[in-house]
Ligand binder design. Structure first.
Ligand code: 1GP
Length: 245
């Protein structure tokens, strides 16, 4: 089954969770262990990527190790055209629509497209929208951050993404953000644009995850939460069950 079909089918049954693993944070074996824990806790897919310094070998070794441990799809969440691995099931073929850097909007995509084609990885067309505070990805991506009280701009970008034919919209507050994307923004974007909505950045507690899911997010992404190994299984289980029940 194609990954987009898996997502569409999954969303008919309820909300989904994806765990983000940064290949730079641990060795491939440890990454595979984390992915396995996520799968056991009820996560629906593993995303592999980070904002800085993720080289091809690191990504490839990590994806291969994860693939050998889990059955849920492994989706690349690339920094740039160098972080592509043929071992992944799909790639978020994403454009940071609110970047000032043309490379983040279409340049890296132009360079990566032939690799995606020759490797036969499924591309998932996604609008990547960075909301304040934006954190590292906002800086590295030279994002013109969407202000926290400016839901209208988020809606307009999401609508533009739909008219451009994209399949997914991702509202990103930035990994490790002290505050997640505002609830009102999630609500407004979902009300106005019917594309599957992914929300990530700064989501730590079951209550936060539940509020964001109830506001309209279809897929909740957590990364930082799993970087601290203590009690991770319980934490993730609690968060996932808050999203899904
Ligand atoms: C980052 O949205 C993701 O791209 C996850 O953010 O690390 O804060 O969970 P956290």
């Amino acid at each position: 089954m194609k990954v987009m079909e898996y997502i569409t089918d999954g969303l008919k049954k309820g909300k989904m969770h994806m765990g983000l693993i940064d290949p730079d944070e641990q060795d491939p074996e440890k990454a595979a262990e984390l992915a396995f824990t996520l799968e056991m806790a009820g996560s629906d897919a593993i995303m592999v990527g980070g904002s800085t310094g993720v080289g091809h070998k690191n990504v490839d070794d990590t994806v291969k190790a994860i693939k050998s441990r889990v059955r849920i799809p492994v989706i690349l969440f690339p920094t740039d055209a160098s972080s592509i691995s043929p071992a992944a099931d799909a790639i978020y073929f994403m454009s940071m629509l609110n970047s000032r850097d043309i490379n983040k909007i279409i340049g890296e995509q132009m360079m990566g497209a032939p690799m995606v084609k020759s490797m036969g990885i499924e591309p998932l067309a996604m609008a990547y929208l960075i909301v304040e505070p934006g954190m590292t990805v906002g800086n590295v991506g030279e994002a013109e951050l969407i202000a926290r009280d400016d839901s209208k701009t988020a809606v307009n970008y999401a609508l533009a993404a739909k008219y451009l034919g994209m399949d997914l919209v991702y509202l990103e507050a930035g990994s490790g953000a002290p505050e997640h994307v505002p609830i009102d923004m999630v609500k407004r974007v979902k009300e106005e644009v019917e594309l599957p909505l992914i929300v990530g950045g700064g989501i730590r507690t079951p209550q936060q995850a539940r509020d964001i899911a109830r506001a309209g997010a279809d897929i909740i992404v957590t990364g930082t939460l799993i970087e601290r190994p203590e009690g991770i299984k319980n934490k993730i289980e609690g968060l996932i069950s808050a999203i899904k029940n």
